[in-house]
Design a protein. Structure first.
Length: 242
């Protein structure tokens, strides 16, 4: 008889190795965090200023949609905010049942970066990647550093209907015009002369509307306040933002 447990084990092992050897091109399905509860922990050395910026950014998202961040001890499937020693920022998208993380890079003003990356973990994609973006901006692929081209390719977000929203040239989820340029020229150009690409360092009204489509209204009313003592977490809650 076949040992089905062994077969399953070897299939998972071979499949996992295949992903590693192929450069980890597998993209998990984008999902939302259940009930808007986002456990997170920090990895690496963070200054008090860094921590304050992280909590500030989390509070800004909590103020516009129904999410709540909880600091927990390191756990699988919690959002791992990792300190890096280079000026490079990135984040996983949504809750993917795999590895959820933010690479926290260097820089004098981290807050806008953190807000942007937290937008990703909520499930938001870049504004300039929405399916109808070619109606509003031109992407100059020949000017983009090759390793960053994927950040400019059109993606469909399964969590929201992008077509319902006006294109937001000011979105915190939009890249600035010369992002990842090989020669300093624009990589993104607005097709509307009256609306240049001008990313703001705050959550715009449209950013907030999209987040609310996924998670609902902010948890501010008495009936919606989350009591962490009653949450069925599989990890210990260390703290929550006040």
């Amino acid at each position: 008889m076949f040992n089905t447990n062994k077969i399953s084990y070897y299939f998972i092992l071979i499949f996992g190795l295949g992903l590693i050897l192929s450069g980890c091109k597998y993209e998990p399905v984008i999902g939302k965090w259940k009930e808007g509860k986002i456990p997170y922990y920090l990895s690496g050395d963070f200054t008090n200023s860094d921590t304050a910026a992280i909590e500030n950014a989390m509070q800004q998202w909590e103020n516009v949609c129904g999410v709540k961040f909880y600091k927990v001890s390191p756990r699988a499937r919690a959002y791992n905010i990792k300190r890096t020693n280079e000026n490079s920022w990135s984040s996983s998208i949504g809750e993917n049942n795999a590895v959820c993380y933010m690479d926290f890079g260097e820089g004098e003003s981290p807050l806008p970066h953190i807000i942007h990356e937290l937008g990703h973990t909520l499930g938001l994609l870049h504004e300039h990647q929405r399916p109808d973006r070619d109606l509003y901006v031109k992407i100059h692929f020949d000017r983009i550093i090759s390793s960053y081209v994927h950040n400019f390719e059109i993606q469909n977000n399964p969590l929201i209907d992008e077509s319902k929203y006006r294109y937001d040239y000011n979105s915190i989820m939009h890249y600035p015009p010369v992002s990842f340029s090989i020669d300093g020229l624009e990589t993104i150009t607005s097709l509307d002369p009256d609306n240049p690409v001008n990313r703001l360092d705050i959550i715009t009204d449209i950013d907030a509307q999209k987040a609310r489509e996924i998670y609902g209204k902010p948890l501010t009313s008495e009936s919606n306040i989350v009591d962490s003592s009653k949450i069925e977490f599989k990890w210990e809650v260390i703290s929550e933002l006040e």
